[in-house]
Design a protein around this ligand. Structure first.
Ligand code: ADP
Ligand code: MG
Length: 273
């Protein structure tokens, strides 16, 4: 039996019918509130396979909340989110929605890698051990195989020499690159980044962005919240500008940066450029 928690009765995630299944991530009418504060007011967004979406917007506009909803860290109050064909957090049966069993939530979450502003590495594990932790502890894969993949990932992020160092012995930029490698170790279908460079000293930002550019070039599907306009311009397929819980504008980097339609987008760009 499926141990479903039962019909949800929430006003929300409607059927997955009529969704576009060429998109890896789809949001339709996503709403989220904290108490009386409505933080996401009906977000529509599509992220296709292999594409990079950069999410921009003022502080407090709901960007982190949006990523957290995609990654099951928040439950939504309306609309629906589909990742790789799965309705996030719910299961549909006989036309009714049921909350997913935690086990199935965990399974869905493995498809999603997330990198936060703060690196959150395990302080008592080396760089290599940090990367090996989830594939062994969560996915229960064989140590030898996981170890060689982890070493390859360290090389990919330019840290092969640092495998046996502890987080405290690494710069912020190096720690963030380990955090990226750690997320990649679970072979996610999509990578979410929440301002991955905004806690770094300026001279360390470039190395992290270079790793992210490589990922983008190699066809990793990514959603990146960032204020790095240069990165967004060069790496994004789509730029989404959010303000006060709505998508104010979205389009190609050229369109959004060079010919913004919305006055709010223009004002925001003036403030960050
Ligand atoms: P951004 O990442 O764009 O800066 P956030 O998604 O972090 O915005 O926050 C959007 C709004 O939601 C802010 O007003 C914030 O204070 C509020 N908020 C975020 N998380 C919570 C929470 N757990 N409880 C209450 N309010 C929250
Ligand atoms: Mg944020």
């Amino acid at each position: 039996p499926d141990d479903a928690a039962g019909a949800t009765g929430l006003d929300a995630p409607r059927s997955t019918a009529a969704l576009d299944d060429t998109a890896l991530v789809q949001l339709r009418g996503v709403r989220k509130r904290f108490g009386n504060l409505e933080v996401l007011k009906g977000i529509d967004m599509d992220v296709r396979h292999g594409e990079v979406t950069c999410l921009l917007g003022p502080s407090g506009s709901g960007k982190s909340t949006l990523l957290r909803c995609i990654n099951h860290l928040e439950t939504i109050n309306g609309g629906r989110i589909v990742v790789d064909g799965d309705l996030v957090g719910y299961r549909e049966r006989h036309g009714e929605l049921h909350e997913l069993h935690p086990r199935d939530v965990a399974k869905q979450r493995r498809k999603i890698g997330m990198v936060f502003q703060r690196f959150n590495l395990f302080p008592h594990k080396t760089a290599l051990e940090n990367i090996m932790e989830a594939p062994i502890g969560v996915a229960r894969r064989p140590r030898g195989e996981v170890r060689s993949e982890a070493l390859a990932l360290l090389e990919q992020v330019g840290l092969q020499e640092w495998a046996n160092h502890y987080p405290a012995q690494l710069s912020g930029g190096q720690q963030q690159r380990v955090a990226i490698a750690r997320a990649l170790a679970m072979k996610p279908k999509i990578m979410l980044f929440d301002e991955p460079t905004s806690a770094l000293d300026p001279e360390l930002v470039g190395d992290v962005l270079a790793v992210m550019r490589d990922l983008a070039r190699n066809g990793t599907t990514m959603v990146v919240v960032t204020h790095e306009i240069g990165f967004a311009r060069s790496a994004a397929d789509t730029v989404v500008f959010m303000d006060e819980g709505v998508v104010e504008e979205s389009g190609s980097p050229e369109q959004v940066f060079d010919e913004p339609r919305s006055e709010r987008t223009r004002a925001f760009l003036r403030s960050v450029l």
